[in-house]
Design a protein around this ligand. Structure first.
Ligand code: PHE
Length: 356
């Protein structure tokens, strides 16, 4: 092949490439063009491959010319590619309108369980009254759950709190038990405090929240698992009047200044005297309605800490006295929100939970 011929052919290769490029409309065609005109078997590439067959004196010139063709084709490709992309964008902007009047997709927000909400409110209110939050274990021993609280082994009052025991085995009369109430925490809290100064134990004023477990015949007001919030105040000269004032004040802070409360004499082995604490139904104002039954809802038990329990906690009942109470936060939430069945709390039904 002569020098003139190959240079002419290169010129044709270039022209053919540029002509083909001019009519391209889209990205797909552009890529096909690139394969055909700049790919491994494209005409200009074949010239490079055949370079060795030319006369040595021709090679530099042919090589240079082929390279210019390749650079020219690449440059034209890039320009064309940019034009096509810009056209596609302009087309999309003109035709694919954004409908800003479409409502957005709502984002599902998580929220706190109603029980957690009421517990936090209780911490706040008790915090204002000077009570600290104390945590105690859910898995207890019979000793702490019952014996330290004056329920001897076989004591009939245990029947009120029939529960789940782990097979006693070698533990004899002190099996492991899921706590049936938060009251064992009273003893833990007192023991912890009195250990810091056994001769002159410091006063204790705590609330103690947590899950409790009982073998219950479930109904609208009873569940096999439920939260309690225990309270205990121990110090010199604490009286039943202090207890009444504390719980009455709590009810007013939770349900408003007008709410009525009542204390009914009751029995717990670990308090003496003992009472049940009722709050007038928030919905029917004492008239009686499906939520409360008789116009009042029992929200907990209370009383003066029994001397034996004070002693078990390391406090001398001759020098110290105290009151304790155990409230059902779910009962409080039921009153507050007009929930008519306690079983909703742990059913995990979003239709219920989303309302709070
Ligand atoms: N622990 C008792 C119960 O669960 C309630 C209670 C607590 C009563 C503290 C008196 C004092 O029934």
């Amino acid at each position: 092949m002569s020098e003139a011929n190959i240079l002419q052919e290169l010129e044709q290769i270039k022209q053919a490439g540029l002509d083909a490029l001019a009519s391209l409309e889209n990205e797909e065609a552009l890529q096909a063009w690139r394969t055909a005109h700049l790919g491994r078997s494209a005409p200009v590439m074949q010239v490079f491959q055949k370079l060795g067959t030319f006369d040595a004196t021709l090679r530099p010139q042919v090589g240079q010319a082929a390279n210019q063709v390749k650079v020219a084709l690449e440059g034209a490709f890039n320009t064309c590619s940019e034009t096509i992309t810009a056209k596609a964008l302009a087309h999309a902007l003109a035709n694919e309108k954004l409908d800003v009047s479409l409502p957005g997709r709502p984002i599902a927000h998580g929220r706190l369980h109603p029980d957690t909400q009421i517990l936090r409110e209780l911490y706040r209110v008790f915090g204002e009254m000077g009570f600290q939050v104390y945590r105690s274990r859910e898995v207890e021993t019979d000793e702490y759950n019952f014996q330290m609280l004056n329920f001897a082994v076989g004591h009939p009052a245990r029947d009120m709190q029939d529960t789940y025991f782990v097979d006693a085995g070698e533990r004899g009369d002190n099996p492991i038990v899921m706590r049936t109430h938060t009251s064992p925490g009273q003893v833990h809290a007192m023991q912890e405090a009195s250990a810091t100064n056994p001769q002159n134990p410091p006063p204790v004023r705590i609330v103690l929240p947590g899950m409790c477990y009982r073998y219950e015949q479930t109904d609208a007001r009873h569940e096999t698992q439920f939260d309690q919030i225990e309270g205990i105040a121990v110090g010199p000269g604490i009286t039943f009047t202090n207890l009444k004032a504390t719980l009455s004040d709590l009810a007013r802070r939770l349900f408003g200044q007008e709410v009525r409360t009542r204390f009914r004499a009751s029995y717990f082995p670990f308090t003496e005297p003992s009472a049940e604490f009722d709050v007038e139904c928030f919905l029917c104002h004492g008239e009686g309605c499906p939520v409360c039954g008789g116009g009042w809802l029992e929200i907990g038990g209370c009383g003066m800490v029994h001397p034996n329990v004070l002693r078990n906690g390391g406090y001398d009942p001759e020098r110290y006295s105290g009151f304790a109470f155990g409230l059902g936060p779910q009962r409080i939430a039921m009153l507050r929100y007009g929930i008519n069945d306690i079983r909703y709390f742990w059913e995990n039904d979003a239709r219920f939970l989303e309302q709070f």
